[in-house]
Design a protein. Structure first.
Length: 151
């Protein structure tokens, strides 16, 4: 008996059965979760591995009706799903790093209270800033905006 088959049958027969008995899909998880988790861990590190591995099996479960039952081994299918999810994870991480680069603040780690305080302070300063800009000699406000864009 190979890793992809057991008393329940090969992966394809387990997936086919899971279409009518969803709990049967747990056997696919049992067979392949350790390998998928190791694969993801080597590429993304331990912090993201458990989440991406879990997402892999969730996606596989949701897509099981499109699985090619002529393929007895689900491992390549699962590795493909994991690879796509890892790519998505890396893209999201890069986007988040670009936000931090642009703004200087990490919205994930900045506390809500801190961000709220900043908004309240900025709102309070809005009137006095608008008055100060209005009081500048003609053309100075344009210069002010130009310097702000350069900073």
């Amino acid at each position: 008996m190979s890793e992809t088959s057991g008393p329940e049958g090969d992966d394809a027969s387990v997936i086919a059965r899971s279409l009518h008995e969803p709990e049967a899909f747990a056997e696919v998880f049992r067979r392949h979760a350790p390998d998928i988790t190791r694969y993801v861990t080597r590429r993304l590190g331990e912090d993201a591995a458990d989440d991406v591995a879990a997402e892999t099996f969730l996606a596989a479960f949701r897509q099981r009706n499109s699985y090619d039952l002529a393929r007895p081994n689900a491992r390549p299918w699962l590795y493909g799903i994991a690879t796509n999810l890892m790519s998505r994870h890396v893209r999201a991480e890069v986007r988040q790093l670009r936000v931090v680069e642009r703004t200087g603040a990490d919205p994930v780690t900045a506390s809500f209270a801190e961000r709220s305080d900043e908004r309240v302070s900025a709102e309070a300063a809005r009137r006095s800033l608008a008055g100060a800009l209005a009081a500048l000699p003609k053309g100075s406000a344009t210069r002010c905006c130009w310097w702000r864009g350069r900073a």
